[in-house]
Design a protein around this ligand. Structure first.
Ligand SMILES: *[C@@H]1O[C@H](CO)[C@@H](O)[C@H](O)[C@H]1NC(C)=O
Ligand SMILES: *[C@@H]1O[C@H](CO)[C@@H](O)[C@H](O)[C@H]1NC(C)=O
Ligand SMILES: *[C@@H]1O[C@H](CO)[C@@H](O)[C@H](O)[C@H]1NC(C)=O
Ligand SMILES: *[C@@H]1O[C@H](CO)[C@@H](O)[C@H](O)[C@H]1NC(C)=O
Ligand SMILES: *[C@@H]1O[C@H](CO)[C@@H](O)[C@H](O)[C@H]1NC(C)=O
Length: 468
């Protein structure tokens, strides 16, 4: 596994850092800093990304060193320049930046550092969040416009390093999926496919000597859906999705192509994905029985697929490659749907009252960005389809989706078991599948079963008391 090689390399580098003990402020990933050549920090923002130059890190914070006259250039009425989803750069306005640069003990990370701002660092095993962060990066690197924006010559248009400023190394250790996915994502931004850049985590920043400063020559932050002006999730174009899937199949040693593939007709296999680390579908047995009836009627095989995020990346990719219909409860492992073959269909099982900020459409937006996948959902429209985990949670059973916007109500529904209306699911599949298998276009078929709206309850409780 190449992931093992990468971790091995990181380990070696970590050991190498120990040998610099005679110069404790001079970390292994730094180059010498020349104060005479230093310039103030600049930010260049487009819809797709931000490029920061000469960004600084010092004592647990990022800083923008600005000429005092530029203090409002990138944000007004704020002590920070907001430039990534989770992290801001504190403004450091100086009357003489050169004097400051001559006064500090510093090192510089040279070249372009890709900044991966993981959306929710408390959930590093969440593949949905990795897809949110990495797929737009793949698109930006494939497109390559960032290098021209940064004024780089073609021979300098590659990444020298990657930083996860809000994750610790141990948080992703053991998640080989993440490292394999990262390797695929970075490939279009590398000088050569084998030259993985340095990968830095918060560990490196945290261990910096408090007297020293670390400069980043150039930082590339690609907008995920949280910062993109249109809230776009996934790939920028279906071509990027196709190239990414091709690379993933090659990495997983899965062959693709053939006449059915060209015609966008998916394999005759229904996969029922059961995430072992995630809240369950209570009537899994009934769902499987219903899927088998559909399979028998249409000549399709039915395969339950129980997995955890710890499974190997090639195993996910290979399973998706052989799937024509993916059925799963809404959850992070649905991010694997981007590896489905053209013409495949996703039927997502959406829990009751799971609507906050359009959250039920996260995976729909992902598969939409792939372009050639059908995506439908059955949504639990009343608490009849919920099995609350705690007795206490049942107090939310008749709240509307609008009212259910507090953490407490959402979490109560996230941890609840869901019961699936198998008759409705079966009828939907029997109607949609023959058309999908005939190669009906995605947009045309989408009209047959529109995406479900939130809770149908009009009454509500009038209670918003636990809003946070
Ligand atoms: C930090 O750097 C200063 C200056 O080189 C040095 O005197 C001090 O020992 C260093 N502290 C640590 C904890 O390495
Ligand atoms: C700023 O500081 C530098 C020393 O680093 C000095 O040479 C220069 O004259 C100063 N500029 C002003 C405008 O004071
Ligand atoms: C990849 O597939 C080929 C042909 O099926 C096989 O010979 C080879 O052993 C596979 N390699 C790996 C690493 O699985
Ligand atoms: C889904 O995509 C639409 C259109 O781009 C966007 O407005 C919406 O915010 C996205 N929703 C999520 C949850 O990403
Ligand atoms: C709720 O969904 C079921 C299908 O699961 C449907 O039969 C029923 O009519 C829906 N109820 C409302 C009020 O929309």
């Amino acid at each position: 596994m190449r992931a093992a090689t990468l971790l091995g390399a990181l380990l070696l580098l970590a050991l190498a850092s120990g040998s610099c003990a005679d110069k404790p402020w001079n970390a292994w990933y730094w180059s010498e800093f020349d104060p005479d050549a230093a310039e103030p920090t600049t930010f260049l923002k487009t819809d797709e990304y931000v490029i920061a130059r000469n960004l600084w890190f010092h004592v647990q914070r990022f800083f923008a060193v600005l000429d005092a006259s530029d203090v409002d250039k990138y944000s007004t009425h704020s002590p920070d320049v907001p430039f990534s989803h989770n992290i801001a750069a504190g403004k450091l306005p100086l009357t003489n930046a050169s004097l400051h640069f001559h006064n500090i003990q510093a090192g510089v990370l040279r070249g372009t550092c890709l900044w991966v701002d993981f959306p929710f660092p408390a959930f590093p095993e969440n593949m949905g969040h990795w897809a949110e962060a990495l797929l737009p990066i793949y698109s930006a690197l494939s497109d390559g416009a960032w290098a021209a924006t940064a004024g780089l010559a073609p021979e300098a248009a590659h990444l020298s390093s990657v930083i996860f400023p809000n994750l610790r190394r141990e948080q992703v250790q053991g998640l080989t999926w993440v490292m394999d996915m990262l390797r695929l994502t970075l490939r279009p931004g590398l000088k050569s496919p084998r030259a993985m850049p340095r990968v830095l985590f918060f560990d490196e920043l945290e261990s910096l000597n408090a007297t020293s400063w670390l400069g980043f020559e150039r930082v590339l932050v690609v907008h995920s859906r949280y910062a993109h002006p249109e809230g776009r999730n996934g790939f920028a174009t279906p071509e990027h999705a196709r190239a990414f899937r091709e690379a993933a199949y090659a990495a997983a040693n899965v062959s693709m192509g053939g006449p059915a593939w060209q015609a966008g007709v998916a394999p005759p296999v229904i996969t029922y994905l059961l995430a072992m680390n995630h809240e369950p579908v209570v009537n899994n047995g009934e769902v499987l029985a219903a899927l088998r009836e559909v399979g028998d009627a249409l000549g399709m095989a039915v395969r339950p697929y129980s997995v955890t995020p710890g499974a190997a990346f090639p195993s996910f990719v290979a399973s998706m490659a052989k799937t024509g219909v993916l059925v799963a409860r809404h959850g992070p492992l649905l991010a694997n749907a981007v590896f489905l073959p053209p013409g495949a269909l996703v039927l997502e099982l959406l829990p009751y009252n799971w609507e906050w900020h359009g959250i039920s459409e996260i995976y729909l937006n992902l598969t939409r960005s792939v372009g050639c996948l059908h995506h439908f959902a059955w949504k639990a429209n009343s608490s009849e389809w919920v099995m609350y985990l705690e007795k206490e949670d049942a107090k939310y059973s008749h709240w509307t989706a609008e009212e259910c916007s507090s953490r407490y109500c959402l979490e109560a529904h996230a941890r609840a078991g869901m019961i699936v209306d198998t008759d409705t699911v079966k009828a939907a599949l029997l109607d949609l599948l023959p058309r999908a298998l005939r190669g009906e276009p995605v947009q045309q078929l989408a009209e047959r079963l529109p995406w479900p709206r939130g809770s149908q309850s009009r009454e509500g409780t009038g209670l918003w008391w636990d809003l946070d």
